[in-house]
Design a protein around this ligand. Structure first.
Ligand code: ZN
Ligand code: ZN
Length: 240
């Protein structure tokens, strides 16, 4: 659960300062974006990305951590790209992911460089600083992703737990590690690794949220899928 605050680099956060090695280059985006296009700039200067989140393993232990990491960090470009390259689906923010061992970070970067172009804060790509409190829960997939006999059972559970027809147990909303993907635009489909064709499970969801000031898509979710065989095979970023 995010809450506006002043997280330190040593805390899990959204839009907060990252535990980033001072000697590691800060990610920049050099793709053409809407603002540059409107300004008629065909070769825009690369623009610094902004912190979206960092999560320490102690706050969200689970199967998604490899032995070589206890900190996940995510930054994105605060500009809009109509047709970003693979592995970003259309309208998804352009994202960079880092896994680290927090203990390996020596000197910490004071402050990242500011972007030279940036959508208005209200656009939803400029996360406000929030602390994060982890809530551990069980997430169920959409009944449409399940075989009929299992789907019927989950549908019954939805009825028993939500009250007033509300579904509070499948594709649970909010920023989350793991769990099941939301499907707001399309019917469910399998996301497959472009290297080994394995079905990629959901790694992380960044949700639209008033508290964090994040809006992706039409009040949707940025979904990050990762290859279960080898992280090096890459990710898939899309919005639903
Ligand atoms: Zn960009
Ligand atoms: Zn793979």
């Amino acid at each position: 659960m995010p809450e506006r605050g002043e997280p330190t680099v040593y805390e899990s956060s959204i839009g907060g300062p990252l535990l980033w090695p001072a000697d590691e280059p800060w990610p920049h985006c050099c793709l053409p974006d809407e603002q540059a296009m409107q300004a008629g700039d065909s070769e825009p200067a690369s623009s610094a990305m902004v912190p979206v989140l960092q999560v320490f393993k102690k706050d969200a232990p689970g199967p998604w951590w490899s032995a070589g990491a206890d900190l996940l960090q995510l930054v994105w470009c605060p500009n809009v790209h109509i047709d970003p390259p693979v592995p970003h689906e259309d309208v998804a923010p352009v994202v960079e992911v880092r896994w680290r061992l927090a203990g390996d970070v020596g000197d910490v970067l004071d402050a990242p460089p500011p972007p030279v172009r940036q959508e208005d804060e209200d656009y939803g790509f400029s996360p406000r600083a929030c602390t994060l409190t982890a809530v551990h829960l069980i997430d169920f997939p959409s009944v449409f992703e399940l075989p009929e006999e299992l789907g019927a059972g989950v549908e019954r559970l939805v009825g028993e737990t939500g009250g007033a027809g509300e579904d509070v147990i499948t594709r649970v909303g909010g920023c989350k590690f793991g769990g099941w993907p939301s499907w707001g635009i399309t019917d469910p489909y399998e996301v497959r690794c472009r290297t080994c064709d394995s079905v990629m499970p959901l790694l992380f969801t960044v949700a639209s949220d008033d508290t964090t000031g994040i809006t992706v898509g039409r009040w949707g979710d940025l979904r990050i899928f990762a290859c279960p065989v080898e992280l090096g095979h890459g990710y898939w970023f899309d919005v639903q």
